[in-house]
Design a protein. Structure first.
Length: 539
């Protein structure tokens, strides 16, 4: 789906921070790093939501002592005790906006912990629950609408208990996690069925729709994800039922929804009819993977890759690892493999010197297949190094900083282009970029199908994971407008794989693109898959 992003185009430059559990921090509160608090503290509400990889959601109270001192308080001690966190455990916090954090927990070896399954979480919650955690969590069944308190919203369910009789364990776990989600505004929950997926619509409770969604003449409902992405869906009424229909297929595709997933829709704005959608995926609660690990720099020696990661992926690692930084910079670091230990070796000292990595710094690795890792670097402030979130045009002035441009254009296509188009391509090729970039030449195919070809090497290195076929990307125009599109991998038996950016009709119309124009797309942020669009016109 392609559309203009109506939210602010200003990106948070600090979204990641870490916490090391020391004896002094094993208490009833955790201080959020000062640097993060100064830049994002103003938008934090009274309660923070922590989303764990197993689907568990924790609510922790936020307390302030001035603008620079912000703490996670009520609920923090229970969180530590529940996961048996003690000396030298590491926690990575990724801020997703609206006081929501994704959290990963690592043990002293740097390996991600094995999170308790949902059944264990349910048991522990029902046991020694304190007055604080009672304020933060609630439990309820899916058979009726209910209210959770004076400041809470009422929850309505579009499915009946009998629909759960033949549900899989994965779906039941998703339902149980959705039940525990606390909402401030009125909400309703949907259990996606095969019929929903086939018909490309979902039902909305009649009472909810008539109370909150049908005021005025507007039949459009804006759906917002936890990450801030937005979709406009059409609300339809027929045969006594309300459904979200127009635009639902794109929403489901963009969010990779499937039958058995559970969605919670919470009313954000009654006047403008906006709902926030929280997704609980069937099967995500018990799935165990080892694609991430962390390495704290505690002494002056080459970092060691955790043994637990190597036991799962060591056989597929080459003699060198490719490290990809958030701003697109790529490093090849040799691996020194022993019987029980694997170290980052050749090239590590240059890498560490380039980013001023020393004792007290912290590295977070995400494995992407084929010996490729996305790497985040944290300094002694416990926050990610800001200069790596996004490259800027004023970084350095030497020609050595200029990155080569890749071309998604065949020689045949270039030779058949008009002289004006060839000139536009050459001008794009001369453009000085300090980030990975590629050029697209708009032909009849690109203009009629609204699809742009992406060089395979560029796509697989920076944009799409090995084993994945689609991914959401963001394209930023010269006027600051951002467009959310999809990059897709296409496999054909008669030819090599190729990649396309699809759904480009909005950009084409918005910038009045013509056949023969050349587009230079420069990578600004790997983590957010953000590309800067530069247009070189042939007319």
């Amino acid at each position: 789906m392609e559309r203009k992003n109506t939210r602010s185009n200003t990106k948070r430059d600090i979204t990641l921070f870490f916490e090391i559990v020391f004896p002094l921090t094993v208490g009833e509160k955790m201080r959020i790093p000062k640097k993060f608090a100064m830049r994002n503290g103003g938008e934090l509400q009274d309660v923070a939501k922590l989303f764990l990889p197993n689907g568990r959601v924790w609510k922790l109270r936020i307390r302030r002592k001035g603008e620079e001192e912000i703490y996670l308080t009520e609920g923090w001690l229970e969180f530590l005790e529940h996961y048996s966190l003690h000396n030298d455990h590491f926690l990575i916090f990724k801020y997703k906006g609206r006081s929501n954090f994704k959290v990963r927990i690592f043990d002293v070896s740097g390996s991600e912990m094995q999170y308790p399954p949902v059944e264990m979480d349910e048991t522990s919650d029902s046991g020694e629950e304190t007055n604080t955690s009672k304020k933060i969590r609630r439990q309820a069944g899916p058979s009726r609408a209910y209210k959770t308190g004076e400041n809470k919203g009422s929850i309505q369910f579009t499915f009946k208990p009998y629909k759960l009789r033949n549900a899989s364990l994965e779906t039941l776990e998703a339902v149980h996690e959705a039940e525990k989600l606390e909402t401030r505004g009125p909400s309703f929950t949907v259990l996606l069925s095969k019929t929903d997926m086939h018909n490309h619509d979902v039902s909305v409770p009649v009472k909810f729709a008539e109370t909150y969604l049908t005021e005025g003449d507007n039949d459009t409902v804006q759906i917002e994800s936890l990450e801030g992405r937005q979709w406009d869906l059409g609300l339809c009424y027929a045969r006594g039922r309300y459904t979200l229909r127009v635009g639902w297929a794109e929403f489901a595709r963009d969010n990779h929804l499937k039958a058995g997933d559970v969605l919670v829709f919470e009313l954000l704005n009654r006047r403008h009819v906006a709902l926030q959608c929280t997704i609980f995926r069937a099967g995500s609660m018990t799935r165990r993977e080892f694609p991430v690990f962390c390495i704290p720099i505690l002494q002056d020696m080459n970092p060691r890759i955790p043994l637990q990661f190597m036991s799962h992926y060591g056989n597929e690692l080459a003699d060198a690892a490719t490290l990809i930084l958030p701003n697109g910079q790529v490093w090849e670091i040799g691996l020194s493999k022993g019987l029980d230990e694997t170290f980052l070796d050749n090239g590590w000292l240059e890498f560490a010197e380039n980013y001023s990595i020393g004792i007290g710094h912290f590295l977070y690795f995400k494995y992407k297949g084929q010996s490729r890792f996305k790497v985040h670097i944290f300094d002694k402030s416990c926050c990610e190094i800001r200069s790596l979130r996004r490259a800027t045009k004023d970084v350095g002035s030497s020609r050595a900083n200029i990155r080569p441009i890749q071309f998604g254009i065949t020689t045949y296509k270039f030779n058949r282009a008009s002289l004006a188009s060839q000139k536009a391509v050459r001008e794009a090729g001369k453009y000085e970029t300090r980030n990975p970039s590629f050029v697209v030449l708009l032909g009849n195919r690109e203009m009629t199908r609204f699809q742009w070809f992406v060089p395979v090497k560029f796509a697989e290195t920076y944009l799409i994971h090995i084993g994945k076929d689609t991914k959401a990307i963001n394209i930023k125009g010269s006027d600051g407008t951002q467009w959310q599109l999809q990059i897709c991998k296409v496999n054909q038996p008669t030819r090599d794989r190729f990649f396309q950016i699809r759904g480009c009709s909005g950009i084409t119309a918005g910038y009045d693109l013509k056949i023969g124009d050349a587009l230079l797309l420069e990578l600004l942020d790997v983590e957010d898959a953000l590309l800067q669009l530069n247009i070189f016109r042939a007319h």
